[in-house]
Design a protein around this ligand. Structure first.
Ligand code: FVH
Length: 288
């Protein structure tokens, strides 16, 4: 069993600490607001008086706070205590945030592993929880037993920014799903329908449509959007226009749908109406 320090005891940090304690690890905790340490101290955590004391208490420290500005502020307080330690950062941020913090931590003489948690707090320590990692592979190898107690570990590479990129890519798909669902729910409710009843139609439909993803993925990877097209973009643009018109007729704002309609129409306007919807991706790629 390992000695592990957790810095940051919001909903997620508390779940990480409670899971490690439950699985028999020796856990030291620190949080800016002391009150949040109490439930964990009651189940066996040692409370550190400062980030430096927390980092010094264990070979492995995990930071999980609201954002990277907070993570930097906490780690700045840890200062020289970081030398020779292993630091895992499970705070959500961008690839550049992760690369910059990783370089700062390594300059302090610590090893750095960045992580993206693909789970909500009650899932931590349970089957189905996944954490994406990138950065120091040696750190992950050394602490895989402890980190594996939290979630399945998926290493994506030595570039510390790659876990954040894939985390945000997965969240992008999730928010696309949520925005589509909210719009669909508003349409159904506008006619007096129950959104809960609509799920019996929606869930199998989404499952069927997810079957088109491998083909669309291949088209995005190859840039070849005109091969084996079964539902061309010109036709789909009319469907998007119909959704916008139906929304207005039902007094529902088309705000979720309108950006997609505009992109699809622009792509058709460029002469790609016969292509698949995957071609719209070419309009959102910017020159580096
Ligand atoms: N909760 C979730 O569903 C998601 C699941 C996926 C991963 N996210 C990310 O995890 C990070 C932490 O999220 P959280 O849910 O624990 O967030 P909160 O409950 O809001 O707790 C925030 C903690 O951050 C501390 N904090 C905020 N600002 C500072 C600061 N300037 N200096 C030091 N600590 C700071 C805060 O401390 P306090 O307010 O209790 O003193 C909490 O410990 C996050 O990146 C999610 O995106 C969660």
């Amino acid at each position: 069993m390992s000695r592990i320090s957790i810095l940051g005891l919001g909903a997620m940090g508390s779940a990480l600490a409670a899971t490690l304690i439950r699985k028999g690890h020796d856990v030291t905790i620190w949080n800016r607001t002391l009150l949040r340490t109490e439930p964990l101290a009651a189940i066996g955590a040692s409370v550190a008086a400062s980030p430096a004391e927390a980092v010094a208490a264990s070979e492995l420290a995990i930071v999980c706070v609201v954002d990277y500005a907070a993570a930097r502020a906490v780690l700045a307080l840890a200062g020289d205590a970081l030398r020779g330690r292993d630091l895992v950062n499970l705070t959500n941020g961008t690839p550049d945030d992760a690369k910059s913090l990783g370089a700062w931590v390594e300059a302090k003489g610590a090893r750095y592993l960045d992580g993206g948690i693909m789970a909500v707090p009650p899932m931590i320590g349970e089957a189905g929880a996944l954490i994406l990692y990138s950065g120091s592979g040696a750190l992950l190898e050394k602490h895989e037993a402890a980190l594996g107690a939290l979630a399945t570990c998926r290493m994506l590479g030595e570039d510390p920014g790659i876990a954040a990129l894939y985390d945000l890519a997965l969240l992008s798909a999730m928010y696309g799903l949520f925005s589509g669902f909210l719009h669909a729910g508003a349409l159904v409710a506008s006619s007096g329908g129950k959104v809960a009843d609509f799920l019996s139609l929606l869930r199998p439909w989404l499952e069927a449509m997810s079957g088109t993803l491998p083909d669309l993925a291949e088209k995005i990877d190859s840039g070849l959007h005109s091969r084996n097209v079964v539902s061309n973009l010109a036709m789909q643009t009319i469907a998007l226009e119909n959704i916008v018109r139906a929304s207005e007729e039902s007094h529902i704002s088309p705000d979720f749908i309108e950006p997609m309609r505009q992109l699809a129409a622009a792509r058709v306007g460029q002469g790609h109406g016969g292509d698949d919807i995957s071609g719209v991706v070419e309009l959102i790629r910017k020159q580096k």
